[in-house]
Design a protein around this ligand. Structure first.
Ligand code: ATR
Length: 270
């Protein structure tokens, strides 16, 4: 049977095996998809072992997305811009790398009927999570894509990668002077219990607040947005399933149905 893996460290929490097993069952694909913990210095060896053992593809999660990027023989344009890879395809002795996080985010926003075209989007954060979605957001032709980050220079470095007048970099303080339709949190602030320095007024003016983080309980950012009456409040579970769907499509050519998988994952959240 064709072998697929998700590589990470840690990996026990990964929902990818469940998601891909559901996608495979839906479309009657014979696929063995497992998670695998990889020692920090064993990534390349582990990928080569998989290729030698009927490996057809793999997902890659923290902290290996940059190592995966460096290992590929060929890369998608998206992956080149992100500097990271979350999907590997093994074919005829070569390794192709792509990144599907941006597709996952965009497809989830569109699934919620959020209008991206001609919208003013604020992306909070300039780490790996933010970098991975910029190209996909720009492909939707927003009116503007503004990246705000605590360390301004990191947001500026991302903006400079794109020859697109719609993209700009600002500080959190600058967000006070501008209104946005959509605010996307790609920082890790909430994970460490910190709150985001974004004012109630800025949040209130938006129609959508999206947090790439998800959990049983709503994140602090989404709670704040809900209390302020923002129309669309969305967490990152749909992005997770969406990026998996895009990987599955790259491997099999089949576009799986995300809805039932998302529903069962939501019910399993602890
Ligand atoms: P990831 O891969 O999840 O994006 P990362 O590359 O470490 O992780 O990036 C974390 C992001 O969250 C960065 O944009 C970081 O801001 P800095 O670039 O200024 O470090 C942001 N972040 C983390 N804690 C934050 C906080 N308490 N307030 C605001 N931004 C924070």
């Amino acid at each position: 049977m064709d072998q697929y893996r998700v590589f990470g460290n840690p990996i026990a929490q990964s929902k990818s095996p469940f998601i891909h097993q559901q996608f495979a069952a839906q479309s009657k694909q014979l696929m063995n998809y497992q998670s695998e913990w990889v020692a920090l210095d064993q990534f390349e060896v582990t990928v080569q072992k998989l290729i030698a053992n009927k490996g057809k593809g793999a997902n890659v999660t923290a902290p290996f997305k940059e190592q995966a990027f460096a290992l590929c023989d060929k890369l998608s344009e998206r992956a080149k811009l992100a500097g990271a890879v979350n999907t590997l395809i093994f074919s005829q002795g070569s390794i192709y790398g792509d990144t599907t996080d941006g597709i996952g985010l965009v497809s989830d926003l569109l699934r919620h009927q959020v209008q991206l075209q001609n919208s003013k989007i604020l992306l909070l954060g300039a780490g790996g999570a933010a970098k991975g979605v910029v190209q996909s957001l720009l492909e939707q032709s927003p009116k503007s894509l503004t990246i705000a980050n605590r360390t301004l220079i990191k947001a500026q470095a991302i903006a400079q990668q794109y020859p697109n007048d719609a993209i700009e970099a600002i500080t959190f303080a600058d967000t006070e002077q501008i209104t946005f339709d959509i605010i996307i949190n790609a920082t890790s602030a909430g994970l460490s219990g910190d709150s985001l320095p974004i004012s109630d007024q800025t949040i209130k003016c938006s129609n959508t607040c999206y947090d790439m983080v998800y959990g049983k309980d709503q994140t602090a950012f989404l709670k704040q947005a809900q209390q302020l009456g923002v129309e669309h409040i969305i967490d990152g579970l749909g992005m997770l399933v969406g990026q998996a769907a895009a990987s599955f499509q790259l491997w099999t050519g089949i576009n799986p149905d995300v809805e039932p998988v998302l529903e069962s994952l939501r019910a399993q959240l602890t």
